[in-house]
Design a protein around this ligand. Structure first.
Ligand code: SF4
Length: 437
């Protein structure tokens, strides 16, 4: 699809898995045909940007030559650890495969919205309870699944409890009802009466907590996280290491360096996961420590509380001809000089130009590249009217002043978002306006 920095390719595999060789092929293809940066989306899909019409076909061929089978048809998602998570009730992959097959067999009579998503969730450590979907099947024990439409586990409308053997067929019935509304219909559009006519509504009252959280750092499957350092567990190879791509993107060279390092440790399985991350699986404790050291060395993040995770940025001058600044360098500068503003309550958006590819929606603070510096947009998108222009050489001092303003003005219990909202754009602009401007 076209974006501000050329064409973008997005793809995923049905079971979230890639071998090391396949991920290396993706990185090499990103370098050869795109802008040399690999992204993993919030839903765990791979993205390569900066393609040109002439490089799309070679990219596709490189992906296929690596033995990667991109998911096609209706999107049916399973948790990243499907099939290997002892905390899950069931392995949801066979049900997901059945749904794909049933939908493909019904394609002539089933026109579904392109972004319609089905989740089949067996539960466990990487469950998808907090991820929205049009239709969701969630295991509540080893035999039964909750069928629901529209939303997360918390917000979706329960439809019925179904035996897992009949679950795929039940999803197909809901998809048929959605398709009957129209080709753009989504799960939320289906009337309750329609569903009541298809299923026994008295069995739909089970509430399933949305307990999902990203897997970052060390975890041992089948053992509560609090027991993770138990010496008796250290020899088992059921440890996983969750990594987040720095700023949601990895340079191809960094990815290849990481893959080379973990390959030498004997690790072979990678799972793409929601939250812009990937999981290395099947590790014993010794491999885990060395893999984490390699990940850190090549810039990957392993902590849930990484402050830089609150910065969104595009390729910048590293990968886009329209960019006016090096977004990665600016992000590192912001993390170093203004950590006080990265408390998780706001997103700092660094956009190489006003197109805002990395974060089309508004954020509390955006720095959009301009010919001689940065436009600061407050509570807006990168294309919004800047409240202030910051000269190229003044970014560091502006960030220091911003952090100082927030640190000095923040009241007890206030978040940065609360504080900036209370101060308002005028105070912000006054604090950042440098002498002589
Ligand atoms: S500089 Fe950034 S926002 Fe502008 S077109 Fe390039 S990638 Fe998109």
């Amino acid at each position: 699809m076209p974006t501000g920095d050329g064409l973008l390719a997005r793809f995923r595999t049905d079971d979230c898995r890639l071998t090391l060789a396949q991920m290396r092929a993706v990185a090499q293809a990103a370098s050869a045909f795109g802008n040399g940066i690999i992204e993993i989306t919030a839903r765990g899909s791979l993205q390569i940007r900066g393609l040109r019409p002439a490089t799309v076909e070679p990219l596709e061929q490189a992906i296929l030559d690596a033995g990667i089978v991109p998911a096609s048809g209706v999107m049916v998602e399973v948790p990243a650890l499907a099939g290997i998570d002892p905390d899950a009730w069931i392995d949801p992959r066979p049900i997901a495969d059945d749904i794909r097959r049933l939908v493909a067999d019904s394609m002539a009579g089933l026109a579904l919205a392109p972004k319609l998503a089905v989740i089949v969730d067996g539960g466990g450590r990487a469950n998808l309870g907090a991820v929205t979907a049009d239709v969701r099947l969630t295991a509540i024990d080893r035999e039964r699944m909750m069928l629901a439409v529209g939303g997360t586990n918390r917000s979706a409308r329960g439809v019925a409890l179904v035996d897992w053997e009949k679950a795929a067929e039940a999803v197909l019935r809901v998809l048929r009802a959605i398709a009957a509304i129209g080709p753009a219909a989504r799960g939320r559009d289906i009337e309750p009466e329609t569903l009541d006519g298809l299923f026994d509504p008295t069995a739909a009252g089970v509430r399933i907590p949305a307990t999902a959280r990203p897997i970052l750092g060390f975890e041992q499957l089948g053992v509560p996280p609090s027991s993770a350092a138990d010496p008796s567990n250290l020899g088992h190879d059921n440890w996983v290491l969750g990594l987040a791509l720095p700023y949601r993107q990895a340079r191809a060279a960094d990815m290849i360096n990481l893959l080379d390092a973990v390959e030498m440790l004997g690790i072979s399985d990678i799972r793409l996961c929601r939250g812009h991350g990937l999981i290395l699986t099947g590790l014993h404790y010794g491999q885990l420590l060395r893999a984490e050291a390699a990940a850190r060395k090549f810039g990957f993040w392993t902590s849930e509380t990484e402050p830089r995770a609150n910065i969104a940025l595009c390729a910048g001058t590293m990968g886009c001809a329209s960019a006016h600044f090096d977004t990665r360098a600016a992000a590192d500068l912001a993390a170093g000089k203004a950590p006080a503003i990265l408390d998780g309550s706001i997103t700092l958006h660094l956009s190489g130009c006003p197109k805002g590819c990395a974060h089309p929606a508004a954020t509390a603070l955006t720095l959009a590249g301009a010919p001689s510096g940065y436009g600061l947009v407050v509570n807006g998108a990168a294309s919004g009217q800047p409240a202030l222009y910051i000269a190229t050489n003044d970014l560091e001092i502006a960030l220091v002043r911003l952090a100082s303003l927030v640190a000095g003005a923040k009241e007890a219990g206030e978040t940065v978002s609360d504080c900036l909202g209370r101060l308002g754009p005028a105070r912000l602009v006054a604090a950042l306006t440098l002498d002589g401007q």
